[in-house]
Design a binder for this molecule. Structure first.
Ligand code: NOJ
Length: 653
């Protein structure tokens, strides 16, 4: 029920908005016409009074001189049923307060500040209606602050860098964040809470990075456009939700689903969307066996594609990615990508023939579009290139935006700027129209829009396994669940079992490669190694990869600490089988796993653990494999070697 309060305009107002269970409190304040909010959990402060508002080009700041003209409160309780993902059901329970504000001088511009307070998060957004003399505006700066105790611990990756989100996480103190960092920005407050600052439903606006301002407060630093402004918007406009996830422990944070809930339900039928596991004409290029570019060792030939389709059938994997099939990979593809052609195949590759063969064998092809960030070139071909795939029954596309900047309207723009955001959105919407699912590499970060657009099955958006061979430390995959993965699934390309390859040596053990299929969720999951490695060298390990689902009923984090380790159990959505995965950093650990989350009855456990002498540096293949019957009263003692991990399948008998 809505509750109305007609306030006839007051510029001194204080309100407490309590979450449904009363433990999270957001305090809203209008003080001499200026807006502030603060956040508490169990009456302990998490965010001290923080500024709100905007600087607008050519206009007075939209920040001061406000009075409250109306206030609207409601409670919302709903269980969302997802189409796919880590949990079938997501609670969407919050208390909402909308403050309708008007300036008390000059043009009397109006704006609404809408808060939604959850038991595990605080969120709010600005809503600006169209108004005389204020209908098309340019945002110079968004002033939203997150005034957090400066000695709190933070885990960060830098913003505005050539490799976008692909950096190693570093630990720092809040007061050290002089340069912008990306969200989700995970913080351990000095009073012991684990929080993450992020955003939800990012549309038609620059993505928020975070940086310390002169007052030593964290503040949004919206990714700029090349003209130096942050966004050109036509009113009405709602900003993305500013989101602060709040948890008592690091593991609790990992299943915060508020970002997803803040997005709208889909308006079209997406029942055709299906998650997918696939192999690829891919890693062979990374280890130098094949090339993307045509030539003697060209990977994407008709012949290789057919061989891989046959291999997928033998392996029991549903999909095949093919990279390097189109014109544009010759020479320096990063430079030459400006001429990429997305409807023209190389001479040795026949898409129609390969697609017919895949169809006849029941294998889904995953098409590939490496745009190299040349958006003008890509958008000219977008519809035709999607049609080319759709005509050939290709229902999945992996897209890529390598390169440090995008080229849009002839100008160099950040991937994460308003123009970048709008481009990614255009692809998602067009793909939906053509019934195509996307796996976007070098993407815009996740903000939960896959609730509205479920055909956006996967993103990369962090360092993945392609960085192995030197640039990934074992702690990286132990940071991801508490940082990047709070923004949704990731195509990490797990399952490289040829660990000691001299070109791309993995800093992992064998068991850990299986663990990734559980610890890192993705709606499109690649079994990334070459098929012959699975078939000839690791058929037993591959059994786990074949069985592990890409769609889960429930996710239960069992243990972990940021950057140190992570253990999670997930229940398959289509059976009663559970899967458990664990990863550790450079330090070996013993984990006691109580299986009390199982239902009554017996399960057959297939257990893959590091051997006592396994080590990511000098004994990567040390693995123990065991099978036994277990039930909910049992527990397992598991050893994770340095840089190692474990994987368990619990098949319901
Ligand atoms: C980077 C992507 O992450 C990778 O998966 C892809 O193979 C290359 N770009 C080439 O498109």
């Amino acid at each position: 029920m809505f509750k109305w309060a007609n306030l006839f305009g007051r510029n001194e107002v204080e309100r407490d908005i309590l979450s449904p269970n009363g433990r999270i409190k957001c305090h809203f304040q209008l003080k001499s016409g200026q807006l502030f909010y603060s956040v508490y959990k169990n009456d302990k402060i998490i965010i001290k009074p923080s500024n709100l508002g905007f600087l607008i080009c050519g206009e007075e700041p939209l920040q001061k001189h406000f009075k409250l003209i109306r206030e609207l409160k409601k409670k919302h309780a709903e269980t969302i049923e997802t189409m796919w993902g880590e949990d079938r059901f997501i609670e969407n329970n919050y208390t909402e307060s909308a403050f309708y504000l008007s300036e008390n001088k000059d043009d009397k511009r109006i704006m609404t500040l809408r808060f939604r307070i959850f038991d595990n998060a605080v969120s709010f957004r600005y809503e600006i209606p169209p108004q005389p003399k204020f209908s098309q505006i340019t945002i110079k700066d968004e002033l939203t602050e997150f005034n957090i105790e400066p000695n709190s611990l933070v885990w960060k990756i830098p913003a505005y860098q050539p490799d976008r989100y692909e950096y190693s996480y570093e630990r720092a103190l809040v007061h050290e964040l002089k340069n912008s960092v990306h969200t989700p920005l995970t913080i351990k407050t000095t009073n012991g809470y684990y929080i993450s600052i992020h955003e939800a439903a990012l549309y038609n606006y620059g993505s928020a990075t975070i940086k310390l301002n002169e007052q030593n407060h964290l503040k949004t630093d919206i990714t700029p456009l090349s003209d130096g402004t942050k966004a050109h918007i036509r009113l009405p406009f709602n900003t993305p939700w500013r989101l602060i996830m709040i948890a008592d422990s690091a593991t609790e944070l990992t299943t915060n689903r508020v970002m997803y809930a803040l997005n709208e339900a889909p308006t079209a039928d997406f029942s055709w969307v299906k998650t997918l596991k696939f192999i690829g004409i891919w890693w062979a290029m990374y280890v130098g066996e094949w090339t993307w570019a045509p030539g003697e060792r060209h990977g994407a030939t008709t012949e290789h594609a057919k061989e891989y389709i046959d291999a997928a059938v033998r392996l029991g994997i549903s999909g095949l990615l093919i990279e390097g099939w189109n014109e544009g990979w010759e020479g320096d593809w990063l430079e030459n990508g400006i001429h990429n052609k997305f409807t023209v195949t190389t001479d040795d590759f026949n898409l129609e023939e390969v697609a017919r063969y895949a169809d006849s064998k029941g294998i889904e092809l995953v098409g590939h579009h490496e745009t190299v960030g040349f958006i003008d070139n890509y958008e000219r071909q977008l519809e035709a290139s999607y049609d080319f795939y759709a005509l050939n029954h290709v229902h999945y596309i992996k897209s890529g935006y390598a390169g440090s900047m995008m080229l849009i309207n002839g100008r160099r723009e950040y991937h994460h700027s308003q123009l970048g955001v709008n481009h990614y959105q255009k692809t998602v919407e067009l793909a939906a129209k053509k019934k195509i699912c996307l796996d976007i590499h070098e993407p815009i970060k996740g903000t939960g829009i896959e609730r509205t657009w479920p055909n956006l099955l996967a993103r990369e958006g962090a360092r993945g396994q392609e960085y192995e061979g030197g640039a990934l430390s074992p702690s990286h995959a132990c940071f991801l669940p508490y940082t990047r993965l709070l923004s949704g699934g990731m195509d990490y390309t797990p399952g490289i079992l040829d660990l000691a390859n001299s070109v791309k040596r993995m800093s992992t053990t064998l068991a850990r490669q299986l663990a990734y299929f559980v610890t890192i969720y993705s709606g499109m999951t690649m079994a990334a190694d070459r098929p012959y490695i699975y078939e000839e060298r690791f058929p037993e390990e591959f059994e786990f990869i074949r069985n592990v689902p890409t769609n889960f009923e429930k996710t239960l984090p069992l243990a972990g600490e940021i950057g140190e380790y992570y253990v999670v159990a997930r229940l398959d959505r289509d059976s009663k089988d559970w899967y458990i995965g664990g990863v550790t950093d450079e330090i070996g650990r013993r984990i006691h796993l109580a299986l009390d989350f199982l239902e009554d009855g017996a399960y057959e456990a297939s257990i893959y653990t590091d051997s006592d002498d396994a080590h990511y540096r000098d004994n990567q293949f040390g693995i123990n494999k065991a099978r036994k019957h277990v039930g909910k009263n049992d527990s397992l003692d598991i050893y994770m070697a340095p840089g190692g991990g474990f994987a368990i399948r619990l098949k319901r008998l």
